[in-house]
Ligand binder design. Structure first.
Ligand code: XMP
Length: 519
């Protein structure tokens, strides 16, 4: 385990990702955790993240000095470096100029963190700091410098403590990965043995221990990547003691329910060479949801109603599972980090908790087998479980589904039109191999009618908006530059094939200031 202590940097998650990409397991914890807890984790190396604070501020976050006595390598990044210089007898000062952006370091000593580099070589890096190191603690030497930061990289080679003023974890430091590799493999001598396969074996063991030999577990299956992989993983561990409940809320995409059911029937076959069968309960509650949504226009109301009805339906079904003690959820690491990170939940991140509070209400313990993984790792785990590619690369789909893509009041008729048009859009994206190049793509039926002409007649029908965005995490997004030819084809197919639409528009707004969904 590599322990990453978080001092509140926006890049802390990136550090974790870069380390995991090297097949080394790491965890992020707030810098405030007690030394005893750190010792108990037995980290093989420690990374101190950057952070927005200055070591001179009152109450600036710090770390127990014992971390430097653990005898394991330590890497301080930006604030992390300033902090250990401050704690170990060096000096830190306000830089005359805040340094932010690209810089070029000159390598002075190609050892330790800079193993594999050449002395005298110039390397592009990304700086972002207000304070800088004025003098190094005893026993430390310079590894690289810039005109502005004489100690851009430094280290104590015998104690294996290193620091960098810049950010090796960001893409703007193109050779940052080499530095992290030098730290992990040359300095800390860690084996790159954390693979999806090894994760699956360990996870199955853990799930069996957690749930025990007799108890049952329930999983709310949406058909999305996370809940699907979680369900398949848990089914490998406890076989038919897992019951998956899939609720059709009436606002799913065209053929969605049938596809999810089919996919999980196929999983049964995959499960056969593992531990058992997958129990799937398919509840068609569309009418219940549609009745509750009748006449509702406000988006927040729609969300609340769908969340509430989901809980009602789910609880009713779950109550039929005897001896259930655990609820399986596909929580991922970014959600976990959000709740443990040093600064508390960051303001920029918007999460949509549709069914918060469910486990407490139902008196079930949580089983979250993916809570240490990033999305791309979940996909790798799914692939190593034999799950099909198209399932693992599905776009995210919001809990309230088409309800928030059918603007204003929802009617069955509008939903049907939306489903048909949306299916054409998605089908064409797949056919043109554009589907996986966008983060999300969907159609929105607008509460607007416009005039058209078809044959000799005048039409007065709904307008449909197409939305396709690129994004890394859904927090910010840009509209996808889909080829004109492609848009032309989709538009003409929709207007010709879907009754009720006579005009198609393409949404060219980025997030922020717009959001990805329209409601
Ligand atoms: P926005 O529209 O806020 O969406 O830019 C960001 C991401 O979240 C999804 N989304 C939701 N997911 N329940 C969900 O489970 C919701 O109520 C909800 N609203 C938006 C949206 O599809 C996008 O991926």
């Amino acid at each position: 385990l590599v322990l990453i202590l978080d001092f509140g940097s926006q890049y802390t998650q990136l550090i974790a990702r870069r380390v995991r990409e090297q097949r080394v397991y790491c965890e992020i914890h707030p810098c405030t955790i007690p030394l005893a807890q750190i010792r108990a984790m037995q980290p093989r190396a420690v990374i101190l993240s950057g952070g927005p604070s200055s070591v001179f501020e009152e109450g600036a976050p710090s770390v127990d000095r014992g971390v430097f006595e653990l005898g394991v390598p330590v890497l301080g990044i930006c604030y992390g470096m300033q902090l250990f210089c401050h704690l170990l007898g060096g000096g830190v000062e306000k830089a005359a100029e805040r340094e932010y952006g690209p810089a070029r370091i000159e390598v002075r000593k190609a050892e330790g963190l800079l193993e594999g580099f050449q002395r005298g070589e110039h390397v592009d890096v990304w700086m972002s700091h207000g304070d800088r190191v004025r003098s190094l603690p005893p026993g430390f030497e310079t590894l690289a410098s810039t005109p502005n930061a004489p100690f851009a990289a430094a280290g104590n080679l015998s104690r294996r403590i290193f620091g960098v003023q810049f950010h090796p974890e960001v893409v703007h430091t193109p050779r940052g990965v080499e530095m992290l590799r030098a730290f992990l493999f040359d300095v800390a001598q860690l084996p790159p043995d954390w693979t999806p396969g090894s994760f699956v074996e360990e996870a199955i063991e853990k799930i069996r221990n957690q749930i025990g030999p007799e108890a049952h577990a329930i999983c709310g299956l949406s058909g999305g990547v996370d809940s699907s992989v979680a369900a398949v993983l848990v089914s490998r561990a406890i076989g038919d003691r897992l019951t998956c409940i899939f609720v059709d809320n009436g606002v799913l995409r065209k053929n969605e329910a049938a596809e999810v059911v089919k996919m999980f029937k196929e999983q049964v076959a995959i499960g056969d060479h593992g531990e058992g069968r997958l129990n799937l309960v398919h509840v068609d509650a569309s009418k219940h949801f549609m009745d509750a949504l009748h006449g509702v226009e406000d988006p927040e109301q729609k969300r609340k109603i769908i969340g509430r009805v989901f809980i009602e339906v789910f609880e009713r079904e779950a109550a039929k599972v005897k001896n259930a003690t655990h609820l399986v959820q596909g929580t991922l690491y970014p959600d976990v980090i959000e709740s443990v990170s040093f600064k508390g939940p960051s303001a920029t991140i918007k999460t949509h908790h549709n069914v918060g509070g469910l486990p407490e209400r139902m008196n079930l313990k949580l089983c979250e087998p993916l809570r240490e993984l990033f999305k791309d790792e979940v996909r790798e785990v799914g692939a190593s479980l034999g799950m099909p590619h198209h399932v693992l690369w599905r776009h995210p789909f919001p809990g309230p589904g088409l309800a928030i893509r059918c603007l204003g009041e929802i009617t069955q008729e509008k939903l049907d039109v939306l489903r048909e048009a949306d299916a054409i859009f998605i089908e064409e994206l797949r056919a043109s191999e554009l589907y996986e190049q966008v983060w999300q793509a969907f159609s929105v039926i607008l509460p607007v009618r416009s005039v058209g002409v078809m044959g000799d007649g005048r039409t007065y029908e709904n307008v449909l908006a197409l939305r396709a965005v690129t994004s890394k995490d859904g927090m910010t997004a840009d509209w996808a530059r889909l080829p004109y030819e492609f848009l032309a084809k989709v538009s003409s197919r929709i207007i010709n094939e879907v009754r009720g639409i006579n005009r198609v528009v393409y949404d060219v707004s980025s997030k922020p200031p717009a959001t990805i969904e329209w409601e």
